[in-house]
Each structure stands twice: as structure tokens, then as C-alpha cells.
Write a protein that binds this ligand. Structure first.
Ligand code: BGC
Length: 722
């Protein structure tokens, strides 16, 4: 790619600022023209004053050492006789503080490579280009952006060519990150501490656009926060070392400004400096996320539940800025593999995430080590050496999920060897055959595995839930081996060996971890979810009892929570599943809603009953992991599921689970074969179901199976119990 073009860089040190690259050229309007371009950092390009394309934060976030996406834009209708192309390059992920451990990338030059093709004429980046400083004097993914509009026009000087590999260039794979919703302030108010704060009413990821009249040199400084503290003051200590600030030095007159090379996670904005009075019409919050088609819709008669669903959606949007991140605000924003493993199913219902995940799987493969292990974050910006159970298992869980949802074998073909590599890695890593047993490291903080991260049965001061790491690791070993076998079979490969291995792992698990000895909710949940017990009724009864004895409350963390409601509803305890879903006391999903959540919290007790916060240490209010509950609403409550034998919803299974606690629930999923709808309503005479399917389906109502052809159907059953 871009074989003829050279990497170019300004002569001086670009520092933390963004650099403008310029090329003037003559053209012939009316012809065909395309711009092929990428950079070390993030860029925006303007041709004759018009923005080229609408990709924000191009070229996106990848494992830059091995994969750097280049974009191709059709600019045919932008070419004039005399042209000026200006490309401004900021630090982006590539050179921001978040990547400092990757010294080679962090200290990379601010560089651009581009090729413009116009009806036989080709212009490439070379020494004929010019470069100079922009008015963006600082940008950093964690820390924010500073623009000084008082600076004189860019003074251009010559460029130098730099030696940077070209074999890392790949065509754009993921969807573009684009500006999406725009939100006006819900209110602008003064806190008890005297701070002027804007409330956008919704936590988003993106930036604020400001519109104001000002004098040259007036300053605007805005800080980001997710929550107000219990006294109603602005709070952002949980951003830790991420400064997350927008700073703008005004020119004279009416003006509009927004950051260009970074993003922020926020609901509240503290106006630290502003010329005159900050009125609501001066601000708009702009949401940024990967452009995906919305495919899932859930509506229920319970407003709080609807808010929870909305929160799961917003957490997906806010954490799908080119890579699936843990959170969008603090000094992380990393592609934590475990979080994606947990949430990918919900993500694929809400949005068509196929292309998004296909691209990220490319980064996973690029980061997979020779021994098959997967770093805990991808791209591995922090050079993490470890590989945790339930985190690395994203390597098997995600391709299989994408295959089930979209029916395209490509994802299995591309990843089969990597899936195998992961399972083989576990096989070689254990201290005991057929299980995944590690050294006893329970006394140290950063153990080999994260375990049931943030579970409520953790010991005081620990993030690790009470479920033994070895049990979780062995359960995921079984799960990954099972998914590998399924993937191999779908690809028509001989899986006899791995099938035997999977059976051995299962047997070993049954021997080592009988459900009668399990003492945590998560252990039982995993045994049920991954078919690791021969006594499902016994395990489910035990789990149900545990929850009842705990006051109908969960104790699960990242590992147990996504499977918790299924473990109950699929084994005769749908009423308990609904009890947990609709629980409003702490800890629960609706507890967060009652405390004003507009996205999913990292901690069940991110904000405590008394309005105080969990420590500033790990307390994001936009962490999608527990938002995995949305997939239960689509696939269990609404009952819309892919049929494993005919993936991609070529055939569907529709098995709704009604509850008397909610008057009605409607799930809609726009599959690649058309839209499936499933609605149930509690009526005086029982439950009425309205189901529409564009594909042949197996509809299961009250345990009775109905094989149907495409069409719309009404069913009735007796009143739901529970
Ligand atoms: C992240 C998590 C992640 C975890 C690993 C945290 O700092 O925010 O979501 O999975 O580390 O334990």
C-alpha cells in the first residue's frame, strides 16, 4: 500500500501539538480523484477548506507496530483547478501518554503518508510537501486538547522524510468513528462549592462543541466529570491521572470550537474559565463512536428497566470508539479483553458489530504471543505480560459469537488457528493436566488471574471474588475447548482430538469441583452455563437457595454476572432471574438506575447508599461489563436466539420467558435475514405472545415447540408464574 509515498514529518519537534501538512496542486474538476492516507497519530484532512470524509480520530486504534489502517476517500467532487490540501496530525493513541510504555511508538515522529490519485496523475507525500504548527498546541487521549485561536496562520516550512515501515499498512477494516448524537444541556447550575456545571443529562463519549462571542485572548477551560458528589458538587477524582480537559483561547468575534484529536467520557462539564456568563445555548455535547447499524430494540412496561436498557446502549456507544474499551474517561480506555468477552453478546444484539469485532480480532491475532497466550489488553499498549482466564478466552468466545449472530464463516476461518493457539496455551500452562491450575498466589494483589473481578464476595480490600481462580480458569478452559470444537466442526475440520480433550477437561472438572462443594454463586453459574455438572437441577436449586438466602441479591462479579440470569431461567428459576433483574436494593442493576445512572457502572456500589463513592481507585461509571444483562433480555426474556445449526438467524429459536412482574416486554432484532419480533403481554386471561419471523423458526411457548415458516403468529398461554 502507498508504495510510492514517503513518510514525511516536520523538521522540528512537534512536541504535544498537532502539525499541519500542506500540499498545493492543480487539478481538473469533474474527474475521478481518491485520497489514500494515514499517519502516526490521528488526523483530519481538509481539501480547499472542506473536510475530507467524516472519520473522526482517523486512522483509528490498532496494534500499530503491526497494523496501521489507511483510509481511501473519494474526493472527486472536491477537486478544483487550484487546490490546497491540509492534513493536521495530532498525537492520537499512537503518541499519547497512554502508550508511553511502548517507547518505539510513543516516541515515533509526527508523520504522514498519503497518495492522491487523479485521473492518471499521482501526488504522493514527499519533500514537495510543507509542514508547520497548527493552533492545536496540545492534544492527548487522556489529557485533552488545547487550541489557541489567537495564533497567527500556520507558517509552513519544509518537511523531512522519515524511515517508518510501510509493510504495517493495511486497508481500513473497521467502521469509521463518527459524530453521532448531539445533546443540548439539560441544565447549567452553580454547585454548593460555587462551580458552574453543565449537566447534559446523559453520560457520553465524545466532546463538547462551544459557540460564543469573545475577545481575543479570552479563555475557555472545561473539565469533565461523570457524577456529582453527595453534596451536589462536581466530582472527577475517579479519572485518576487523566486530565481530560478542553482548553480554548478565543480570537475576536463569534466562534465555534470543538476538540479534534481526542475524546472524553462525561455527563457533567465544569466550566473552569469562560468569558462572561455560560448559557446553555453555548454548549453541545457530541457523541462519538464507531458507526454501526442499530439492530436491537427492547421495550418494556417497566420504566426503570427501560432506563437500564438505555444505559447498556450508552455504555456500548461510549466504549466502542474503534476498539472495545473498559471505560472512556479515566487513565485506561484500554481494549481489556475480559470486558469485551463479557459484553460481546449484548453488543451484537444492540448493534451490528460484525465489522467492528472483525477488525479488533485482527489486533488480537497480532498481539497473540508465540505460546498462544493473549495479553489482557489489546492493543497491548501497556506491555502486559500476563494472560488471565475469562480475559484471554475472548479469543474463542468472540469469533464464535460473531459467527452465531451473523452466520459468516469468515470469522472462524480467520481465527481458527488463533483459537486453537489459545486452548493449546492453556494446555501447556497448567500445573495439573486437564484443568487450568496455577500457583497459589492468592495472597498477592496482581494474581495470575483476575478471577471473578469485583465480585461482592471478595475479601475486604480485594478485587478478587471468592470463587477460586483455578475453578474459574478450569471452567473457561472447558468452555474454550468446547467452542474450539464447535468452530472446527463448523469449518468441517477433524476435531476428534480436541473433542476427546474437551471431554477429559469436563470429567476432570466434575471430579475436582462437584457442585455440592461449590460455595459461591459464580461457581454454580459457571457449572450451569458451561455444562460442567451432571446434576443441573441440583446445581440450580443450590444457586437459587444461595440467592434467596442472600435476600434475593447477587454477589457475582465480571465472570459470573453475564451468565447468572441464564443459569436460573434455563433451569427452572425464571422467577428468581426476574427477581434479580428487578431488584432495586443494593446490589442490583436497578439500584444504579435509582441512583441516577445513565450508563453501566464498573462497581455495583460505585455510589453507595449514602451518596458517597467507592474509592477513586477503580470507579468508572461507564463500564459496560454488567450491561451484558441486555443479552438476557433479548435472548431469554424476549427469547430471540440464533439456532446453532443455522447460524446468523437463517433459522431462529424464539423462546420468550414472560414474567407477571412486567406487564409487557418487546424484543426486536434486525438479523441479516430480516427483523424478528417477540412481544409478550400479561392479560387478564393469561399471556399473549405476538411473534414475527422472516425465517423458519422454532417457537417455544411454555415448553411447547412449534415449528413455523416465516410469518406472524399469536400465541396464548396461562398466566406467567413467579
Ligand atoms: C479495567 C477492567 C479490567 C481490569 C482487569 C481494570 O482496570 O478497568 O475493566 O478488566 O482492570 O482486571
Amino acid at each position: 500500500m502507498l508504495e510510492k509515498a514517503l513518510w514525511i514529518s516536520p523538521r522540528g519537534d512537534a512536541g504535544d501539538g498537532a502539525v499541519c501538512f500542506r500540499r498545493r496542486f492543480q487539478g481538473t474538476p469533474g474527474g475521478k480523484a481518491a485520497l489514500n492516507i494515514t499517519c502516526l497519530g490521528v488526523y483530519d484532512a481538509y481539501l480547499n477548506g472542506r473536510r475530507v470524509g467524516d472519520f473522526i480520530l482517523a486512522p483509528g486504534c490498532t496494534e500499530y507496530e503491526k497494523r496501521l489502517q489507511a483510509q481511501t476517500y473519494d474526493i472527486s467532487d472536491m477537486i478544483q483547478a487550484e487546490n490546497e490540501l491540509i492534513v493536521t496530525v495530532g498525537k492520537g493513541w499512537h503518541r499519547s501518554r497512554m502508550i508511553a510504555k511502548r517507547e518505539g511508538l510513543y516516541h515515533a515522529p509526527c508523520a504522514l503518508i498519503a497518495q492522491l490519485d487523479m485521473d492518471g496523475q499521482m501526488i504522493v507525500t514527499d519533500e514537495a510537501w510543507e509542514a508547520g504548527p497548527s493552533n492545536v498546541i496540545f492534544s492527548d487521549i487522556w489529557d485533552g486538547e488545547t487550541c489557541d485561536a489567537t495564533l497567527p496562520e500556520t507558517v509552513y516550512g519544509s518537511v523531512r522524510t522519515v524511515d517508518w515501515p510501510r509493510d504495517i499498512l493495511i486497508p481500513q477494516e473497521g467502521p469509521f468513528v463518527k459524530e453521532q448524537e448531539r445533546l443540548s444541556p439539560r441544565s447549567v447550575f452553580v454547585t454548593p462549592r460555587g462551580e458552574t456545571v453543565i449537566d447534559f443529562g446523559q453520560e457520553i463519549t465524545g466532546y463538547v462543541e462551544i459557540m460564543l462571542s469573545a475577545k481575543k485572548g479570552d479563555r475557555v477551560v472545561l473539565s469533565c466529570g461523570e457524577m456529582l458528589d453527595r453534596d451536589g458538587n462536581f466530582y472527577n477524582e475517579n479519572y485518576r491521572k487523566a486530565l481530560s480537559r478542553m482548553t480554548y483561547v478565543c480570537r475576536d468575534g463569534k466562534q465555534t470550537w470543538k476538540p479534534r484529536f481526542t475524546f472524553y467520557g462525561f455527563r457533567y462539564i465544569r466550566v473552569d474559565e469562560w468569558p462572561g456568563e455560560a448559557s446553555p445555548d453555548c454548549f453541545q455535547a457530541v457523541a462519538l463512536y464507531s458507526d454501526m447499524e442499530r439492530t436491537g430494540f427492547l421495550r418494556t412496561a417497566n420504566e426503570k428497566l427501560n432506563r437500564l436498557i438505555e444505559n447498556t446502549l450508552w455504555s456500548q456507544r461510549g466504549n466502542f470508539v474503534d476498539i472495545p474499551t473498559d471505560c472512556p474517561q479515566r487513565d485506561e480506555r484500554m481494549g481489556w479483553t475480559g470486558d469485551a468477552q463479557v459484553f460481546c453478546k449484548a453488543a451484537c444484539y444492540h448493534y451490528n458489530a460484525k465489522q467492528f469485532f472483525e477488525k479488533w480480532m485482527g489486533d488480537l491475532r497480532a498481539d497473540q504471543r508465540a505460546d498462544g497466550s493473549i495479553p489482557d489488553t489489546v492493543p497491548n499498549f501497556w506491555l502486559i505480560q500476563r494472560s488471565s482466564a475469562a480475559w484471554g478466552d475472548v479469543m474463542t468466545v468472540l469469533p464464535w459469537r460473531v459467527y452465531l449472530m451473523y452466520g459468516d464463516k469468515k470469522i472462524l476461518e480467520q481465527n481458527f488457528e488463533a483459537m486453537k493457539g489459545w486452548v493449546d496455551y492453556i494446555t501447556g500452562d497448567t500445573l495439573e493436566k486437564n484443568l487450568w491450575i496455577g500457583p497459589d498466589d492468592s495472597s498477592i494483589m496482581w494474581q495470575k488471574h483476575y478471577g471473578d473481578w469485583l465480585a461482592l464476595d471478595a475479601a475486604e480490600g480485594s478485587y478478587h471474588g471468592a470463587t477460586p481462580n483455578d475453578l474459574i480458569a478450569s471452567a473457561f478452559y472447558a468452555h474454550s475447548a468446547n467452542l474450539l470444537v464447535k468452530a472446527g466442526k463448523a469449518l468441517g475440520r477433524d476435531m476428534v482430538e480436541y473433542e476427546a480433550m474437551r471431554n477429559r477437561i469436563r470429567e476432570a472438572f466434575l471430579q475436582r469441583y462437584p457442585v455440592t462443594a461449590m460455595t459461591t454463586q459464580t461457581a454454580l453459574v459457571l457449572a450451569l452455563a458451561f455444562d460442567l455438572t451432571n446434576d443441573k437441577p441440583g446445581a440450580a436449586a443450590r444457586l437459587n437457595r444461595m440467592i434467596r438466602e442472600n435476600g434475593n441479591k447477587l454477589k457475582t462479579g465480571f465472570v459470573g454476572t453475564p451468565h447468572l440470569l441464564y443459569a436460573l431461567s434455563e433451569n427452572g428459576y425464571a422467577d428468581t432471574a426476574y427477581e434479580l433483574l428487578l431488584q432495586e436494593a443494593y446490589p442490583s442493576w436497578l439500584y444504579e438506575v435509582n441512583h441516577g445512572a445513565t450508563t453501566i457502572w464498573e462497581h455495583w456500589d460505585g455510589m453507595k447508599e449514602d451518596g458517597s463513592f467507592w474509592s477513586t481507585d477503580m470507579n468508572s461509571f461507564n463500564h459496560y461489563a454488567y450491561g451484558a444483562v441486555a443479552d438476557w433480555l433479548y435472548s431469554a426474556a424476549g427469547g430471540i436466539r440464533p439456532d446453532e445449526e443455522a447460524p446468523g438467524f437463517a433459522r431462529a429459536v424464539i423462546a420468550p420467558i414472560p414474567s407477571p412482574r412486567i406487564q409487557s416486554l418487546e424484543a426486536e432484532y434486525k438479523s441479516v435475514h430480516g427483523t424478528i419480533r417477540s412481544k409478550w403481554t400479561n392479560t387478564r386471561d393469561g399471556v399473549r405472545y405476538e411473534i414475527a419471523t422472516p425465517v423458519p423458526a422454532e417457537i417455544i411457548i411454555d415448553g411447547k415447540r412449534h415449528s413455523v415458516t416465516p410469518g406472524s403468529y399469536i400465541f396464548y398461554s396461562e398466566a406467567a408464574k413467579g
